[in-house]
Design a protein around this ligand. Structure first.
Ligand code: NAD
Length: 490
């Protein structure tokens, strides 16, 4: 079994009390790695190291160009190990190797992107007039950032926090997910190879308590950048009342995909299949509510079922596999419970619905499509984070939009139509941080993502992300040399 260590203040270490917990391979259910279970003292040490590094430099005081170069070095150190990083993430989460390996290469690009932006965060001169003090707006880093990530796409999601935070001159403590920490710990070797000053980057591992809670409540943390579930977010919001850390919350979704009768059905089938069965549906942007206009309902749904039945389920390390297992047994249990409740309330199972017979181990679950006559079923209301698609029928555009809007979540959405004006109208009407027209799941580090409503607040990716890791400072400089006596009125 592989033994991992955390990275605090520039050194690899175990938990101070020696505790660790096993990480499971969801394709085999075997324990394959041991992860340190950080104590409150370990987390405190990591935050203090990050604080010392921020206060004493050189990181926060170095020229942004030099910081940018350090991020380029991180990117260079990732690339030779991208395949290994992908393999590690796949072993830990069951996500397909071809996707995790691609993502690891893409993660290097994210560090390059923010490395390039490090010296492009300009301040401003306010137009107060030639006789007023020189009035400037400069941007300063915040201090210690706490970055908390879930188990899915951990390298990529963490990169969208680490890269802009470091580029802006902050220091950071990352908390990996207790369900899958190994890939981020492997990635930390790239940080080490890039030669960042001690304490600038720290990573701790463990669960909600004590690791997560100690981190978000720590008095020296200035921002908590969280990605995970809404229930966890509801605990973190009050937990930061003490340190007043600013918050960004990237949460779950229940995203609608609308298919109009004039859609190119081939495209719509490919897009809707990617939306829900890509990454076994374990994606914040999963398109889990498919709404189809009545004239093409039978054709579209029939083809979705036919496509779902052809999905090759199997070992996520195998290049031939389309869909790997779910990441945890808890995930599978929850999906089975909500699906069972929905079917007993009258939802109609069109395909899948259970564990594939071919596997006697691993948290596999069949691609599942369920017809729902309305949105009142548990599988339509709740984020399942799995390969379960609810399909609904509509007649008019207004009805589709009303159904799409009728959700507590607002992470993403999709529209398929050859009538661009209608597709555009619909996309604008979906309250979500990201909407695709005639495609789904494509992404770019240059385009921000994040939620509306209970999918959270704050945005990641894109140029503005680096500014979000800074604060403005108004700076007034007297140029006259004639500062008046404040008690003499002129
Ligand atoms: P989770 O909320 O259970 O855990 C996320 C992280 O929070 C973990 O590291 C966990 O240890 C930590 N945590 C839990 N309780 C905590 C507490 N009280 N204080 C501090 N930290 C705490 O989520 P998960 O099951 O790991 O991930 C799945 C969820 O993440 C889904 O809801 C999914 O939609 C969401 N997600 C969102 C995005 C996005 O970009 N919006 C991306 C991926 C996943």
């Amino acid at each position: 079994m592989k033994r991992y260590q955390m990275f605090i203040d520039g050194k690899w270490c175990d938990a101070s009390n020696g505790a660790s917990f096993p990480s499971l391979n969801p394709a085999t259910e075997d324990e394959w790695a041991l992860i340190p279970d950080a104590t409150a003292d370990d987390v405190d040490r990591a935050v203090r190291a990050a604080h010392r590094a921020f206060e004493t430099g050189p990181w926060s005081r170095m020229s942004p160009t030099e910081r940018g170069k350090a991020l380029f070095r991180i990117a260079e150190a990732i690339l030779p190990h991208a395949e290994h990083l992908g393999r590690t993430e796949t072993t830990d989460t069951g996500k397909l190797l071809r996707e995790t390996a691609w993502q690891a290469n893409n993660v290097a690009e994210i560090y390059r992107y923010y490395g390039g932006l490090a010296d492009k965060v300009h301040g401003e001169i306010a137009p107060t007039g030639p006789n007023a003090p020189l009035s400037m707006v400069v941007r300063e880093p915040l201090g210690v950032i706490a970055a908390i990530v879930p188990w899915n796409s951990q390298l990529q999601l963490a990169a969208f926090k680490i890269a802009p935070a470091l580029a802006a001159g902050n220091t950071i403590v990352v908390k990996a997910s207790e369900d899958a920490s190994a890939a981020l710990l492997e990635f930390t070797k790239a940080i080490e190879a890039a030669g960042l000053p001690e304490g600038v980057f720290n990573i701790v591992t463990g669960g909600a308590r004590p690791c997560g809670e100690t981190l978000v409540t720590h008095p020296l943390v200035r921002r908590v950048s969280f990605t995970g579930g809404v229930d966890t977010a509801r605990k973190i919001i009050p937990a930061t009342a003490g340190n007043l850390a600013r918050l960004s919350l990237e949460l779950g979704g229940k995203s609608p995909v609308i298919v109009y009768k004039d859609a190119d059905i081939d495209n719509a089938v490919n897009g809707a299949t990617a939306a829900i069965f890509g990454a076994s549906g374990q994606s914040c942007g999963a398109g889990s509510r498919l709404m189809v206009q009545s004239p093409v309902y039978d054709e579209m749904v029939g083809r979705m079922v036919e496509r779902a039945k052809r999905i090759r389920i199997g070992d996520p390390l195998d290049e031939e596999t389309d869909m790997g297992p779910l990441a945890t047994v808890a995930q599978r249990d929850r999906i089975e419970r909500l699906l069972g409740e929905s079917v007993s309330q009258g939802a109609e199972l069109l395909c899948g619905g259970g564990r594939p017979a071919a596997f006697n181990r691993g948290y596999y679950f069949e691609p599942t499509i369920v017809a729902c006559r309305n949105q009142d079923f548990p599988i339509v209301r709740n984020e399942l984070f799995g390969p379960v698609l609810s399909v609904l029928k509509f007649d008019e555009e207004e009805e589709a939009i009303a159904m799409a809007r009728d959700s507590e979540y607002g992470f993403a959405g999709g529209v398929f139509s050859t009538d661009f004006a209608k597709a555009y109208r619909t996309a604008r009407a979906i309250p979500a941080g990201r909407v695709w027209i005639n495609t789904y799941r494509v992404t770019s580090m240059m385009v921000p993502f994040g939620g509306f409503k209970q999918s959270g607040y704050g945005r990641e990716a894109g140029i503005d992300a680096i500014r979000d890791y800074t604060d403005t400072k108004g700076l007034f400089v007297d140029l006259s040399g004639q500062v008046a006596d404040p008690f003499v009125m002129r």
